[in-house]
Design a protein around this ligand. Structure first.
Ligand SMILES: *Cc1c(COP(=O)(O)O)cnc(C)c1O
Length: 386
């Protein structure tokens, strides 16, 4: 007997399985392996947020089932954040929805908006849940081309008519994981125009909106004209406030779409623990100096990684945001071969680019979410083997 639905056969093989196996062998031999593969901040959640959580725990009203859509005070705080940060006014009752992390929101987009057998346009390299969510929903992905030539701006214009005929949704993500690319506002405008023309719901995953460098301030797509007619934007506390473990995010945008997503979710989950929502209110509206310091630290690490890669003759994107560096594998290797070489010879884990989609072959990703001394040690080892 096999206890797995047929659709699961379509999930891609776990590309880190072989790396994990070799890592375990090295660890068993007593080697010190450093991982630059993980996209999880190494620093703790900021103190003011943790303190707020402690207080919120003592409120018995918080111990009951949460509101499905998010506590009214949480949704009001999300709306206030949108206003302060972007000058965007959203109605907290109809245009904001709490999410148990944006990953949950992304997975539930598919049953909410895409019929089985229909297409979603997804980034040609991207967060694996975009394709995984489509597969689990028995729907199809069109990988929008992304490469050096188009500056890693997902090329929706290339979608053929037979795909567009059956497409219901399109997902973009800037600042981008895994490439660290950012998008000019003109790109967002074109994406909105394209979505309106082709009757697509446009999703902007804005997980890295507040992890940016060199003074770059990332926008909300909802700042752009007509965005509210066709867009939902996803925001998360995870990367902005080192809160990946708390599972707290929100969606904002088109009221009809927010309502539909809420309907699906109310049949699946029962909302975010209300105490966590109280802590997240502090994150969004409290002092932002923790985020500012965090950006400075990532920027220092970015500079260290980019200058080391340059000294090794490796080309990398000059990142303006996210916690990742996207670099070209040296000639003569595939992504997987190079990741294996770096693991076996330098005992350092890097992420092979093809793990993120078909346009990632020939690249690798380094995470900046590693304590600085370990990151420097890993870079030194990589330099030695090249
Ligand atoms: C980390 C990440 C997320 C997940 O965020 P959660 O709110 O922690 O679920 C979503 N999208 C991208 C592109 C990410 O890198």
């Amino acid at each position: 007997m096999k206890f797995a639905a047929k659709r699961l056969e379509n999930l891609p093989p776990y590309l880190f399985a072989e790396i994990d196996r070799k890592r375990d062998l090295l660890l068993a031999e007593g080697h010190d392996v450093i991982s630059l593969g993980i996209g999880d901040p190494d620093m703790p959640t900021f103190d003011n947020i943790v303190e707020k959580m402690k207080e919120a725990l003592d409120n018995p009203a918080n111990h009951k089932y949460p509101s499905y859509a998010g506590a009214p005070r949480y949704r009001a705080a999300c709306a206030e954040f949108m206003k302060r940060r972007f000058g965007v006014v959203v109605d907290p009752d109809t245009e904001v929805l709490a999410l148990i992390g944006s990953k949950e929101g992304i997975a539930n987009l598919f049953p909410a908006f895409v019929d089985p057998g229909s297409y979603t346009l997804i980034p040609g390299v991207g967060y694996p849940v975009y394709d995984g969510g489509a597969i689990i929903n028995d729907s199809l992905s069109y990988w929008m081309p992304m490469n050096d030539e188009n500056e890693w701006l997902a090329d929706f214009e290339s979608a053929p008519p037979e795909v567009l005929e059956k497409a219901q949704m399109m997902i973009i993500n800037y600042p981008n994981n895994p490439t660290s690319a950012i998008a000019p506002v003109e790109y967002f405008d074109k994406a909105i125009e394209f979505a309106l023309k082709n009757e697509l719901l446009l999703i902007h995953d804005n997980a890295y909106v507040d992890v940016t460098f060199d003074g770059y301030v990332a926008p909300s797509i909802l700042e752009r004209p007509r965005a509210r007619e066709c867009c939902i934007e996803l925001f998360s506390t995870s990367k902005s406030y080192n809160m990946t473990g708390w599972r707290c995010a929100f969606a904002a945008g088109n009221a009809d779409a927010i309502k539909t997503l809420g309907t699906v979710k109310s049949n699946i989950d029962s909302g975010i623990f209300t105490a966590i929502q109280d802590a997240a209110i502090e994150a969004f509206l409290g002092p932002q100096d923790g985020t500012d310091k965090m950006k400075d630290l990532y920027q220092e690490r970015r500079d260290a990684v980019l200058s080391t890669l340059e000294s090794m003759g490796i080309d990398a994107l000059q990142s303006k945001g996210t916690i990742f560096i996207w670099a070209k594998v040296p000639d003569g290797y595939t992504s997987a071969e190079f990741a294996e070489k770096v693991l076996l010879d330098a005992h350092v884990i890097i992420a092979p680019g093809n793990a993120y989609g078909p346009y990632g072959e020939g690249y690798f990703r380094i995470s900046l979410a590693t304590p600085t001394p370990r990151l420097i040690e890993a870079l030194g080892r990589m330099q030695k083997i090249m």
